[in-house]
Design a binder for this molecule. Structure first.
Ligand code: GLA
Length: 663
């Protein structure tokens, strides 16, 4: 009886729906404008897969539908009278890997209407059918099912809307149409000394420090309490010399111009440890790739001064891969013998005189960095240091380099195993050679986090990449920097002065396409995402190394890179990395204890729409009334009891400092 009744009920309902639908119009998803549909790789295709093959899921072929790639979103405006959306969904048959896995979701008026569950390659299509009654905005989502978006080719096949009133229309939501907006206030005309409050150097090593200072030029610099052996050029603010005696020297830097004057405490620690605060600078990789030349390095140094980045503490001008001779290359500019007969390393013809280049960079008060690897070849197939470690370290010192990135790559062929001892060995070897030099070289390990490098990196270097390449990370739903950033954030306990987790470069402004070593294009991160990126890196006490085009820095990019209160969080002398207080699919809260007892707190909204994010004082062991300052706007927000909550834009951040800041 029950069965009969339910069958009857079902029958009536189906009949009712069919008859109502009889009067409804229909339109296919592939007939709508797909311009607003985002796609984690490639672009959405009508009636084809993302790789432009015929649409197919499992063994079933489809004439119509949309091929996209996780993470993908598409907003559709409805008038509340649309009836149904139906589709067959799944991983496209041409994805070609068991690692492909996606999940489809529909949200109506911000509420989840349906989700597919995880779909894998070769599986049969799943049915999607939802009622759209009352819905005015519909969001079609494809996620990477939380396991990375490689091979995640996803199809909305036979996707059809049935509607009574206005036809559905795709649109870009207002909050994703962000015009660049500047938050960082312009620097005042009076001098303001920026940069780290503490600086490490080894006894007897060449000392070079350009006082980072904003304000109207000319500025006259002076200093009190500099250790013996150092001299300051009052016109440029560049301190040079060498300090013979180990010890901690408390100096006061001063700057004066027609508008006023400024002072700042500067502790010089002459001892064993370098990089007492995270290195700041620029690296050539993500814009010049194998096009890097002496000329672009010099231009980058010029630009670091001209754009004012150096006035905020950016200091290192670092070449990445592709400056050496390329093994077996026929190109006369980069081919030929890789070393002199005595084994001394050669640069390729785009770098005619390394020493002259570093002299040029140093004359501006900046530092020069280089790159090589422990294997026979670098990642891009250029000569590397295997079997020549001691000689190469000496060559780098003679050439005048101050920073070395040491990239594992082809060392796999020589490692002889992958135990911890094998993983450490090449870094121990080069570290030992660097320590013998009479020059300070900051050592950056690049081996993508193998062997939990954060646990031992401090024994053999100053900073270590914790993940794969950020430029190759699609992120799955969120921009790649979030994924890499959160992975790096988990290792907060291992960062300390002289030893930093490195989540890779700041890829904003004009920046190249990493997978194709392509020419620069403007970043596709929204302004809010860029503020989040810089905030997250500062909270993590990450090296702040920009790797976009120095020749195309615009006001917006500079306002992200050059906010002295944000940078101060990164450069805080206590050297703690932020704790992750909370992280869900929709929000993250990170908090970094500062030397003066205040906390820097980042409230991140990972959701698709603006939303409130909060921190309670008890989460950061504070009580009662606390001052809150907005770091991006450099504005006091008032005193708050028990905690702080505010509305945060989509993928954006509210970056605040809690407590009474001591100058
Ligand atoms: C690796 C590194 C990158 C870059 C390239 C150069 O992929 O992780 O940062 O240095 O090599 O080839």
């Amino acid at each position: 009886m029950n069965n009969v009744r339910s069958l009857l009920g079902l029958g009536l309902a189906t009949l009712a729906m069919a008859s109502m639908e009889a009067g409804a119009a229909s339109v296919r998803l592939d007939e709508l404008d797909l311009g607003p549909m985002s796609c984690g790789w490639g672009q959405p295709r009508k009636n084809k897969s993302v790789t432009q093959k015929p649409l197919a899921i499992g063994s079933q072929a489809f004439a119509n539908g949309v091929g996209t790639h996780a993470g993908s979103e598409c907003w559709v405006a409805l008038d509340g009278q649309a009836r149904t959306f139906s589709a067959k969904v799944g991983v496209d048959a041409a994805a070609g890997s068991d690692r492909a896995s996606v999940e489809f979701m529909l949200l109506g008026n911000d509420v989840e209407l349906w989700r597919s569950g995880v779909c894998k390659w070769k599986e049969a299509p799943r049915d999607c059918r939802v009622s759209l009654a009352g819905i005015t905005n519909l969001l079609l989502v494809v996620t990477d099912a939380d396991d990375g978006s490689g091979w995640d080719h996803a199809d909305w096949a036979d996707a059809v809307f049935e509607f009574n009133g206005q036809p559905p229309k795709t649109f870009r939501p207002k909050f994703s149409l962000e015009e660049p907006f500047l938050l960082t206030p312009a620097a005042p005309a009076q001098p303001r000394i920026n940069g780290p409050k503490v600086y490490g150097v080894r006894p007897g090593s060449p000392f070079l420090y350009r006082i980072p200072c904003t304000g109207q030029r000319p500025v006259t610099f002076s200093a009190q309490g500099l250790p013996e052996g150092l001299a300051l050029d009052p016109a440029t603010g560049i301190i040079t010399g060498q300090v013979a005696k180990a010890g901690t020297y408390q100096a006061t830097l001063a700057a004066r111009n027609a508008q006023g004057q400024a002072h700042r405490e500067f502790r010089i620690v002459v001892g064993k440890t370098l990089a007492l605060t995270p290195p700041m600078g620029w690296n050539s990789w993500y814009i010049h790739y194998n096009r890097v030349t002496d000329k672009v390095m010099r231009q980058a140094a010029d630009q670091m001064i001209a754009t004012g980045m150096a006035d905020y503490g950016y200091q290192y001008v670092n070449i990445d891969d592709c400056w050496m001779v390329k093994v077996n290359s026929k190109d006369p500019m980069i081919g030929g013998p890789t070393r002199e007969p005595n084994g001394r390393l050669l640069s390729n013809k785009h770098f005619p005189d390394m020493k002259a280049m570093t002299d040029y960079i140093h004359a501006k008060g900046l530092k020069a960095g280089t790159y090589i690897g422990p294997g026979p070849e670098t990642c891009a197939g250029y000569e590397a240091s295997y079997g020549h470690e001691a000689q190469d370290a000496r060559t780098f010192a003679e050439w005048g380099f101050d920073f070395l990135k040491y990239d594992w790559c082809s060392y796999t062929s020589k490692a002889g195993g992958n135990t911890l001892a094998h993983l450490k060995k090449p870094y121990q070897l080069m570290w030992g050679e660097l320590l013998k030099l009479d020059r300070d070289i900051v050592f950056n390990l690049c081996q993508y986090g193998m062997g939990e490098v954060w646990k031992w990196g401090a024994e053999v270097g100053h900073c270590w990449r914790t993940t794969g390449d950020l430029g190759l990370e699609s992120g799955g739903g969120l921009p790649g920097f979030y994924k890499i950033g959160f992975s790096n954030a988990a290792h907060w306990d291992y960062a300390k002065p002289g030893a930093w987790n490195d989540p890779d470069y700041i890829l904003i402004g004009w920046v190249g396409n990493a997978s194709g070593m392509g020419e620069g294009v403007p970043t596709n991160l929204t302004p809010n995402e860029q503020y989040s990126y810089m905030s997250l890196w500062s909270l993590m006490a990450a090296p702040l190394i920009f790797s976009g085009d120095m020749a195309k820095l615009d006001d917006f990019t500079l306002n992200v890179l050059c906010n002295h209160e944000v940078i101060e969080v990164d450069q805080d002398p206590l050297g703690k990395q932020a704790l992750v207080l909370r992280r869900t699919k929709t929000e993250a809260v990170l908090a970094k204890p500062m030397e003066d007892g205040t906390w820097a707190v980042g409230l991140f909204n990972l959701g698709r729409a603006p939303s409130k994010v909060a921190v309670a004082w008890q989460e950061i062991s504070l009580k009662g009334n606390q001052k809150v300052r907005d770091l991006w706007r450099q504005k006091d927000l008032g005193t708050f009891q028990d905690g702080f909550e505010c509305e945060v834009p989509r993928h954006g951040v509210s970056f605040v400092r809690v407590g009474t800041i001591k100058p």
